[in-house]
Design a protein around this ligand. Structure first.
Ligand code: KG4
Ligand code: ZN
Length: 337
């Protein structure tokens, strides 16, 4: 039987301060403090994010512990996000994790944020768990990748975006329509009652398993500029159709590559991970592939956008493999797989 290790996970890579406690694969608590401050600036302001992490980290740790009904001496190890992410944000979580590790005399575990998004699928909850090997589309605000997951600790990136990430495409499109940051969830909401074919945008076709969303961004910019010049109320009057059309284009771009990877590698075990995996259209399209024999694994909503639970889950696997971190290691904003 797997050892029921208790890991405290700290996530602070972008604008969410989160702490979770996992016992074995069961989440005992997962507390997230979102930073509202960025919405008025239309995107994450790194300086403000690190300050907010600094203010949040102690109350969030306390909340994580009290929600789990645990004290620090019951923790076996401290896992934290080493990267990728914003340096100032990562510094808060990593410094705090190191302080805890030294103070408690408990081991430190360095987690890669993008791998953790994928490993969130192994949390023991009501969602299905993928079998190895599987393909994972990781789509967040900073990354868009197709990953071949051979085991919990062995992953290979098959392709990624050469410019903007899928989440960034959602957020930038939203910003052009004056939808507050982060725009992705609101575009999703407005798209529910819109026509996805109302305004056709070009779907980029990159080589291999790579993506590009910068052309779509420019396409949307010109489309809005031209239509607003003719009718100043164009966005307001067509918001739902515009959102549905943009969402359709982003999701279709992702699905085409996913289908290609599945065909080329002859793998039908598929998962989605990262903030954009909360998108209702992407989830629907993935689940629809089950009719074609796929096993589609969709994460629980709680574990799509940034959270400490995924860091704790990744920490569990690293702990079991005796892969511990070092006090001298520094946060890595461009941490590779
Ligand atoms: O993984 P995440 O929380 O942070 C990063 O690691 O980047 O992802 C955040 C991204 C944002 O771009 C946000 O707009 C997007 O995920 N997102 C969505 C939805 N929910 C979150 N995009 C589209 N539809 C959604 N429902
Ligand atoms: Zn993330």
């Amino acid at each position: 039987m797997e050892k029921q290790s208790v890991i405290l996970g700290i996530e602070s890579s972008c604008d969410d301060t989160s702490v979770a406690i996992i016992k074995g694969r069961k989440i005992l608590s997962n507390f997230i403090a979102n930073q509202e401050i960025h919405s008025e600036y239309g995107g994450v302001v790194p300086e403000l994010a690190s300050r907010a992490h600094q203010q949040n980290i102690i109350p969030v740790i306390q909340k994580g512990l009290s929600n789990a009904g645990m004290s620090l001496d019951e923790i076996d190890a401290i896992a934290y996000t080493r990267g990728p992410g914003l340096l100032g944000s990562l510094l808060v979580g990593s410094s705090f994790a190191k302080g805890l590790s030294m103070g408690l005399g408990k081991p430190l575990i360095e987690v890669n944020h993008m791998k953790a998004h994928i490993l969130a699928h192994f949390i023991d909850d009501n969602s299905s768990t993928p079998s190895f090997p599987f393909l994972c589309l990781t789509v967040s605000g900073g990354h868009t990748q197709i990953v071949l997951v051979k085991s919990a600790l062995e992953m290979e990136i098959l392709g990624g975006t050469i410019d903007d990430a899928a989440g960034e495409a959602f957020d930038k499109a939203a910003k052009m329509m004056e939808i507050p940051y982060p725009g992705g969830p609101l575009v999703d909401k407005y798209a529910q009652s819109g026509n996805p074919r109302a305004f056709p945008f070009k779907i980029s076709s990159m080589k291999d398993y790579n993506f590009s969303f910068s052309g779509l961004k420019t396409g949307i910019l010109y489309f809005l500029r031209d239509n607003v010049a003719k009718n100043p109320h164009f966005v307001k009057e067509n918001l739902h159709d515009i959102c549905a059309s943009i969402q359709y284009t982003i999701v279709e771009t992702l699905m085409r590559k996913v289908e290609k990877a599945s065909k080329d590698l002859n793998i039908t075990e598929f998962a989605i991970a990262g903030g954009v995996s909360a998108n209702s259209e992407l989830r629907k399209r993935f689940l629809a592939k089950e009719k074609e024999g796929w096993k589609s694994h969709i994460p629980n909503f709680d574990y799509c956008t940034d959270n400490g639970a995924m860091i704790a889950m990744a920490g569990h696997f690293l702990y079991e493999a005796n892969e511990f971190g070092q006090l001298k290691s520094t946060p890595n904003p461009r941490m590779k797989f």
